[in-house]
Design a protein around this ligand. Structure first.
Ligand code: NAD
Length: 246
């Protein structure tokens, strides 16, 4: 099934969506650069790098314990639910790549989902490499369920570390007809470069964000506003597009 979109007589079958902290902002989870937010009270170098963790593990584990607790109290919003509806009803290939480490896309119902920066609700054992589901605290140095070592850290990709499932993401970008970036500032690589990769392979590109992002000029179209308003509106538009051919 193919559809025409954005005024271009382009057949859209495969969609790749990239989301960032902005999609969860209206669920009460602060973005990276929110004024007065949790991140403003800490330097990125201290809480989001392996070097910061080595310097002060208590600070880092305590910081992520707070965030893990906060996301369990948050609920998916209208933008998360709209993206789950798009995945359920879109007839072509669909992949949602998120930089978010919360679990709100999954709770809304998305299954074709890659958490490229890891997940707050997993713990990673530095001793044996096992990733275990984790809802409690890590600052008290609990034992790894797999090997028993007290070497658990948040399963979150820090600056200087390799994001997850990069090959799968690159493959999907090379085959997509439409790339959509939602609620991300375009400041963190490699995700910030995905719009250029998708364009290189001939995809149309759309940005949905509160404001123009750092990479705004690379998008064919941009729509600005709250994610809970502009994402559901865009999804309805996609699902109503006339079918061009079978
Ligand atoms: P960012 O904070 O750098 O950018 C967020 C973007 O969202 C900004 O451009 C902002 O204008 C936009 N925005 C804010 N509120 C919005 C709303 N209501 N609707 C639409 N857009 C809105 O976040 P980023 O680009 O995702 O990069 C930051 C890094 O921090 C990522 O690596 C991510 O893993 C991490 N992070 C994750 C979470 C989370 O899991 N929810 C939260 C904070 C930071």
């Amino acid at each position: 099934m193919f559809r025409c979109f954005m005024g271009a007589m382009k057949e859209i079958r495969n969609i790749v969506i990239l989301t960032g902290a902005g999609v969860s902002a209206e669920s009460g989870i602060g973005t990276f650069r929110d004024k007065g937010g949790l991140w403003e009270k800490h330097r990125v170098e201290d809480v989001a790098t392996p070097e910061g963790f080595a310097r002060d593990p208590d600070l880092v584990l305590g910081f992520y314990d707070m965030r893990r607790e906060a996301i369990q109290k948050a609920e998916p919003n209208a933008a998360h639910f709209a993206l789950a509806k798009l995945e359920a009803e879109w007839p072509g290939a669909f992949l949602l790549v998120t930089q978010n480490v919360d679990d709100l896309h999954g709770r809304a119902g998305n299954r074709q989902l890659i958490h490229m920066h890891g997940e707050h609700l997993n713990a990673l054992c530095s001793a044996c490499g096992t990733r275990s589901p984790w809802r409690g605290t890590l600052a008290d140095r609990p034992a790894c369920p797999a090997c028993g070592a007290s070497a658990l850290r948040p399963d979150v990709v820090w600056f200087g570390e390799m994001p997850y499932r990069m090959d799968e993401i690159e493959l999907a970008l090379s085959a997509c007809d439409l790339f959509v970036s939602i609620g991300t500032s375009g400041a963190v690589y490699p995700a910030a470069g995905y719009v250029r990769t998708a364009r290189h392979y001939g995809a149309l590109t759309l940005e949905l964000n509160l404001e123009p992002s750092a990479g705004s000029l690379y998008f064919d179209d941009s729509r600005h506003g709250l994610a809970t308003e502009i994402v559901p509106a865009w999804v309805e538009e996609m699902l109503a597009l006339p079918q061009m051919s079978a």
